[in-house]
Design a protein around this ligand. Structure first.
Ligand SMILES: O=C(O)CCC(=O)C(=O)O
Length: 318
């Protein structure tokens, strides 16, 4: 449950609670539990928070058993394991996490995606905002759970200090324009290169996260992060990340959007707790960000594109 907030302005509602500055926000922050206050403080100051020994080891062992043999060989991961494992779903829907996020953001959180990893991903530095963006901005969070101890050898998560304070790094902001015929993998590699150059230019400091089994690492939407090199290729790095959105937002994928050409890649996130898709509203105005007709057209386009990809074997193009 989200606590009632007193005397918040409309502008306040467009900002996660932990970043608000009004008197009403201070009062609401003061009402948070000790652990919520810690997470709110950490997200504001550092862009991440670490909760040691937060997840029960028996639940973790069950998820690991359920996922065994189901990871994709090429991508080293299993998307949306909540569909095949009641335990992975129970972790994504952990009421303590959902309530904690809802209270520190001042808006109800819901899990919409899980990714389970068998090994370190070596994923290049990125911010989740390029994949999962909300309007108002910043209403998205990653919650990563270590299913075994993470060392310097099995590909720890890394992040760049203070990167959560950077402006939103969309294609437009990075000077990437979408080319006709370009597939999303090529576009993403342009994005990764631009981010690599940008953090170098700014001289941001790279840090690795050491975690033990059951620890939870929470990061805010804009934090630049990724998976470090797996030094010992024989190691596993079992883990699950759950991505959360917040209600009453409009959701989109900036990587596949081209604002200059009027193309918005909208998302219809699946609420794992309520087992239903979330249709957008924005700031509780009752205004639907998209009409039922446009929604039907968007869904039809997605279906046609994925069918075309299956038939031609080609990636999505613009
Ligand atoms: O687990 C990893 O190595 C990276 C995960 C990640 O970057 C993400 O989920 O956004």
């Amino acid at each position: 449950m989200v606590r009632q907030m007193s005397a918040t302005s409309l502008a306040d509602e467009t900002i996660p609670l932990f970043n608000r500055t009004t008197e009403g926000a201070s009062l609401s922050l003061g009402e948070l539990s000790e652990i919520e206050q810690k997470v709110a403080h950490d997200l504001k100051v550092n862009g991440y928070s670490l909760l040691p020994k937060f997840i029960d080891e028996a639940l973790i062992d069950q998820i690991v058993a359920d996922c065994d043999g189901n990871y994709s060989k090429s991508e080293r991961r299993l998307p949306d394991a909540f569909r095949i494992s009641a335990s992975a779903k129970s972790l994504a829907c952990d009421a303590r996490v959902v309530s904690l996020l809802s209270n520190v953001y001042g808006r109800a959180a819901f899990p919409f995606q899980t990714l389970n990893f068998e090994q370190g991903t070596e994923q290049a530095t990125h911010s989740d905002t390029i994949h999962f963006c909300s309007m108002p901005y910043q209403f998205m969070t990653g919650v990563w759970v270590a299913f075994e101890d993470v060392t310097e050898n099995n590909g720890p998560l890394h992040y760049y200090e203070n990167s959560h304070r950077l402006p939103l790094l969309t294609n437009e902001a990075l000077g990437i324009s979408l080319k006709k015929g370009q597939d999303s993998a090529q576009r993403y590699s342009e994005y990764e290169n631009a981010i690599r150059d940008y953090v170098e230019l700014l001289g941001l400091e790279r840090k690795e996260v050491r975690m033990n089994k059951g620890d939870v690492f929470i990061w805010s939407a804009n934090l630049l992060h990724g998976g470090s090199l797996v030094k010992d290729k024989n190691t596993t790095r079992l883990s699950q990340v759950t991505h959360y959105f917040y209600e009453d937002c409009f959701y989109l994928t900036p990587l596949n959007s081209d604002i200059k050409r009027g193309k918005l890649a909208v998302r219809v996130p699946f609420d794992v707790v309520q087992n239903r898709f979330r249709i957008w509203e924005y700031l509780a105005t009752g205004f639907r960000a998209i009409s039922p007709v446009m929604l039907t057209v968007s869904i039809a386009k997605v279906l046609v594109k994925s069918l075309a990809r299956r038939i031609t074997g080609r990636e999505e193009s613009f």
